[in-house]
Ligand binder design. Structure first.
Ligand code: NPQ
Ligand code: MG
Length: 372
């Protein structure tokens, strides 16, 4: 792991049509626009993915903002200086405020290049202890409850072991009740509001306590840690944070405040897989369970998420679904759900190959950024 010398960066805008629209309290997605990053080094290459969406709905970052941030501010800093190890990427980019998703995509690409050279897998590097993970599935808001129940029945047939319902005001108690009635109390069931509620909704959210949910994810604004602590004190359903947890420090603070008792870890949201592992470590030290979130990643991010989810503290099923949950065509070979599990890639780096013909067919914009 001696680091890599970066000669150039290639940015690609890739458009992956979703198998069905994905509706959350934030909006409805029909095509996943992804930002794929390739680093070109003296002796090879590395691939990364920035998980920002096409609009600033989930986070303030979005594909165009990340593209410009990488091109104009992050890439020049990466090119400056000698060979670069993935562990040095965050320190070298620390002078630029925020833009964690853009930074995470770059760190991922550098880490892939470095691990490929060293012949080590992401899982081995991060400290994975499983060679397969049992995934959950995130289920969007539907037009009718009957449709929701049918969609979930299909996912359970596929072998998913846990269901996460997207909720918002007007789509919460009734769908949760219907799913419990149809699939029983044994179903591992949780909900995700993506910040759709306010502190004045605490009494309403307490009604979810009747349904034996594993957790409620990010009900309040991402900046409202105090509100989440107040909510957690008034409901029995465990509170899990997603959007609020932007770093290991934020995770430690949220836990100390009583704002959450479970953490969703997404590498993109926190600036990279190294910070994600640090959050795993901080949560483990506090006895707080973690699980791996999902951002409708291409096969690149999916491969890295499987490696992360193989760490020992990931004691709850994640949103690391099989490729077919989201896409019919991807830029890597599909990840398949077999007997309720997906294999963790074991090859060097991400351990997945790019399907060049698919990548070319799905790419709408490319820019090469050369080092000096
Ligand atoms: C979450 N993901 O846990 C996110 C939300 C989310 C699988 O539920 C484009 C890109 C649209 C990323 C919509 C899941 C998205 C997105 C929702 C992420 O909160
Ligand atoms: Mg979430």
């Amino acid at each position: 792991m001696g680091g890599v010398k970066i000669d150039a960066l290639e940015l690609r805008r890739v458009n992956l049509p979703l198998v069905r629209p994905f509706r959350t309290s934030l909006g409805t997605e029909t095509v996943r626009e992804a930002l794929v990053i390739r680093v070109l080094t003296a002796d090879g290459e590395g691939w990364g993915e920035c998980v920002a969406g096409s609009e600033p709905l989930y986070s303030s970052e979005y594909v165009d903002s990340a593209w410009l941030t990488i091109r104009d501010h992050l890439a020049p800093r990466l090119f400056a200086g000698p060979a670069l190890s993935a562990a040095r990427v965050a320190p070298r980019l620390a002078g630029i405020k925020g833009h964690r998703m853009a930074k995470a995509g770059l760190e991922m690409a550098v880490l892939d290049a470095e691990l490929r050279s060293a012949g080590m897998s992401f899982s081995e590097f991060l400290g994975g202890v499983k060679d397969a993970v049992a995934p959950g599935v995130s289920v969007g808001i539907t037009g009718w409850i009957s449709e929701l129940v049918d969609v979930i029945a299909g996912y359970l047939d596929d072998g998913y072991c846990r269901v996460k319902l997207k909720i918002e005001p007007g789509w919460d108690l009734a769908p949760v009740r219907a799913v419990r009635e149809r699939f029983g109390d044994e179903l591992m069931l949780q909900v995700d509001a993506n910040t759709a509620y306010r502190r004045s909704d605490i009494a309403h959210l307490a009604k979810l306590d009747d349904f034996g949910l594993l957790l409620i994810e990010q009900p309040l604004d991402e900046e409202d840690l105090l509100g989440h602590a107040q909510l957690a004190a008034r409901i029995s359903t465990p509170v899990c944070l997603d959007e609020s947890i932007v770093s290991a420090t934020a995770a430690a603070d949220a836990i100390s405040l009583g704002a959450c008792s479970i953490v969703n870890i997404k590498a993109g949201r926190v600036g990279g897989y190294l910070e994600a592992r640090a959050i795993h470590d901080v949560c483990s030290a506090h006895g707080v369970p973690v699980w791996c979130g999902g951002m409708l990643e291409t096969g690149l991010g999916r491969a890295a998420n499987l490696a992360l989810a193989a760490l020992p503290g990931f004691s709850l099923p994640g949103d690391v679904s099989a490729t077919a949950r989201y896409y019919t065509e991807d830029i890597t070979p599909p990840f398949v759900l077999t007997d309720g599990t997906i294999e963790v890639p074991q090859g060097p780096g991400l351990g997945v190959a790019i399907v060049t013909a698919s990548l070319e067919a799905l790419t709408s914009q490319t820019e090469l950024i050369k080092g000096s």
